[in-house]
Design a protein around this ligand. Structure first.
Ligand SMILES: Nc1ncnc2c1ncn2[C@@H]1O[C@H](COP(=O)(O)OP(=O)(O)O)[C@@H](O)[C@H]1O
Ligand SMILES: N[C@@H](CC(=O)OP(=O)(O)O)C(=O)O
Length: 439
C-alpha cells in the first residue's frame, strides 16, 4: 500500500479537493491518504487561540464567523448532491459551534491544542464525504485513535504500529483510507500535535507502521529544489536525494519537508517521493538509500540563529571543558546546531534563544562570552566526503564577498555549513547557485 500525503495548498479549495480525489483513486489500489488542513486554516485557528489567550472573545468570534462563511461556501462548490451538502453543513456547523464554546471559558494551551486540531478534522471529513458522494469506497480513520506521543513528546512508534494495525483490521475492504496529519494524543491522552508542518511526519510514521511500499508527499512544487525558490530565481528540482541529504536540507530550512519526516522512513527503508499536486506527471524527487558520488545536490538556509562564543585560557590543554559547556545548554534544553573549536575558545549556534540570558550567565563563569544575533546557517548538501578534492573550496569560494562567522565541515559526509548574517543570506544563496549550479 502507498501512503499519499497532501499539504495545505493541495487541499486548499474545493477544486483542489476534487483533484486529490482523482489522484488517490487513479491507481485503483488500496491507498492510505494523509491530509493537512486547508491552507490558511491552521493559521486562523492559531489566531483564534491568540485572541482567547488575550481574553478577547469578540476578536475570536470574528475570525470564527469569517472562517465558517468560507467553509459553508466550499460545501456549495464541492458537492453536487443535496444530501451530502446537508450532512457536511451540519458537521461543519458543529465544528464551528465547538470553536465558539471556547470563547466562554478559561483558556490554556490544552484548549489551544484542541482548537488547532480542527483544521485537519474538517478537511478530512470534507474529502471523505466527497469520495463517498462520487461512489468511492473510502473510510475516515481518526488519527486520535492511533497517533500518540510518549512522555518525551516523541512519537510512540510501537503504540502507533499496534493501534494502526487494529484500526486497519477493523476496516478491511476499503479502497481509500483517510486520516488527519499533524494531530495526535500525548502520553496523557490529551489532544496534541506534531508541531507546525507535522503532517509530513504523520505520513512518514504511518508509512513505517503499515509498512507502506512508498510514502508520497504531494505539495505545491515539483520536488526538492536545489536552492530556496522563495529567495533565489532559477532554482531546479533535484531528482534524487539520499535520506541523509534530505534530512540535512529539511533541518536546515528547505520548508518542503518537515525536518523529522525523513527519520521513520529511513529506518524502515521506505522511499519518500515528493510530488507536485498541480502537475502530477512531473518527476518530483525520490528520497532513498542510493548514494550518488561526487555530486553537490542543493543548498538551504535557516534563519533566527544566535551564535555564542566562549573564550577561555582555562580551555588550553584542559579536559572536561567542553563537557561543562555542553551541560549548560543541556540543562536549558537548548540544542546546539553548529560548533567550531580552537584551543582557547568554542563557538556554537542555537535556533532557540528562549534561555539565552541564563545560558550566557552560566557560561560567563568559565570565560569571556560574546553573542551574535540575527544570524543564519547556510548549508550545502551532497557528497561532501573529505576524499572529494576541492569540494569545500567551491562552496567557500562562493562566500568570498560575505563575512562568515563560522564554518562547519566534516561532521557528516553530506554537508558543509556556514554561519553568516541574516542580512547576507540572499546574496550567499545567489552566489552558491551561480557557483554550484551555473544559475
Ligand atoms: N529547497 C526547496 N525546494 C522546494 N520547495 C521549497 C524549498 N525551500 C522552501 N520551499 C518551499 O516549500 C513550499 C512547500 O512546503 P509547504 O508550504 O509546507 O507545503 P505543504 O503545505 O504542501 O505541506 C514550497 O512552496 C516552497 O516555497
Ligand atoms: N496544518 C498544519 C500541519 C501541516 O503539516 O500543514 P502543511 O502540510 O500545509 O505544511 C500546519 O499548518 O502546520
Amino acid at each position: 500500500m502507498k501512503v499519499m500525503k497532501f499539504g495545505g495548498t493541495s487541499v486548499g479549495s474545493p477544486e483542489r479537493m476534487k483533484g486529490v480525489a482523482s489522484l488517490v483513486t487513479e491507481s485503483g489500489e488500496p491507498t492510505f491518504v494523509v491530509l493537512s488542513a486547508m491552507s490558511g486554516t491552521t493559521n486562523s485557528l492559531v489566531e483564534i487561540s491568540d485572541y482567547l489567550y488575550k481574553k478577547n472573545p469578540e476578536g475570536a468570534n470574528e475570525v470564527i464567523n469569517k472562517l465558517e462563511a468560507k467553509y459553508m461556501q466550499h460545501v456549495e462548490e464541492l458537492y453536487s448532491k443535496e444530501e451530502t451538502k446537508k450532512a457536511t453543513r451540519e458537521f461543519l456547523a458543529g465544528e464551528f459551534d465547538y470553536l465558539r464554546s471556547f470563547t466562554k471559558d478559561l483558556f490554556t494551551s490544552f484548549e489551544e491544542k484542541s482548537i488547532v486540531a480542527q483544521g485537519e478534522i474538517m478537511s478530512t471529513n470534507m474529502v471523505v464525504n466527497y469520495l463517498n458522494e462520487i461512489g468511492v469506497k473510502a473510510v475516515l480513520l481518526n488519527a486520535l485513535d492511533f497517533m500518540r506521543t510518549d512522555k518525551n513528546a516523541e512519537p510512540d512508534t510501537q503504540y502507533i504500529k499496534e493501534k494502526l494495525h487494529d484500526v486497519m483490521e477493523a476496516n478491511t475492504g476499503y479502497q481509500i483510507y483517510i486520516t488527519q496529519g499533524f494531530i495526535c494524543r500525548n502520553a496523557y491522552g490529551e489532544v496534541d500535535n506534531l508541531q507546525r508542518g507535522g503532517s509530513d511526519y504523520t505520513a512518514s510514521l504511518i508509512g513505517a507502521a503499515l509498512p507502506a511500499e512508498e510514502i508520497q508527499i504531494w505539495t505545491d512544487i515539483d520536488g526538492m529544489h536545489n536552492n530556496d525558490p522563495r529567495i533565489v530565481e532559477k532554482t531546479e528540482a533535484v531528482r534524487q536525494l539520499n535520506f541523509e541529504e534530505a534530512a540535512e536540507l529539511a533541518y536546515f530550512g528547505a520548508k518542503i519537508l518537515h525536518p523529522t519526516c525523513v527519520q521513520p522512513a529511513k529506518y524502515a527503508g521506505i522511499p519518500v517521493r515528493l510530488k507536485y499536486t498541480m502537475d502530477p506527471k512531473a518527476d518530483g524527487t525520490i528520497i532513498d538509500n542510493v548514494i550518488v558520488r561526487g555530486k553537490i545536490k542543493a543548498v538551504a538556509a535557516k534563519d533566527n540563529i544566535t551564535a555564542i562564543k566562549i573564550k577561555s585560557s582555562r580551555m588550553l590543554l584542559a579536559t572536561g571543558f567542553l563537557r561543562k559547556v555542553f551541560e549548560i545548554f543541556e540543562s536549558y534544553q537548548t540544542p546546539i546546531d553548529m560548533i567550531t573549536t580552537s584551543e582557547v575558545g568554542v563557538s556554537m549556534s542555537i535556533d532557540n534563544d528562549s534561555h539565552l540570558n541564563e545560558i550566557v550567565d552560566e557560561l560567563k563563569k568559565y570565560g569571556t562570552v560574546t553573542v551574535d544575533s540575527n544570524m543564519c546557517i547556510v548549508c550545502v548538501v551532497g557528497d561532501l566526503d573529505w576524499s572529494n578534492l576541492g569540494f569545500e573550496t567551491i562552496a567557500t569560494d562562493a562566500m568570498k564577498n560575505i563575512p562568515v562567522r563560522m564554518i562547519s565541515y566534516g561532521g557528516s559526509n553530506y554537508n558543509i555549513s556556514f554561519l553568516i548574517r541574516e542580512a547576507d543570506k540572499k546574496q550567499a544563496l545567489q552566489n552558491l547557485s551561480k557557483v554550484l549550479f551555473n544559475k
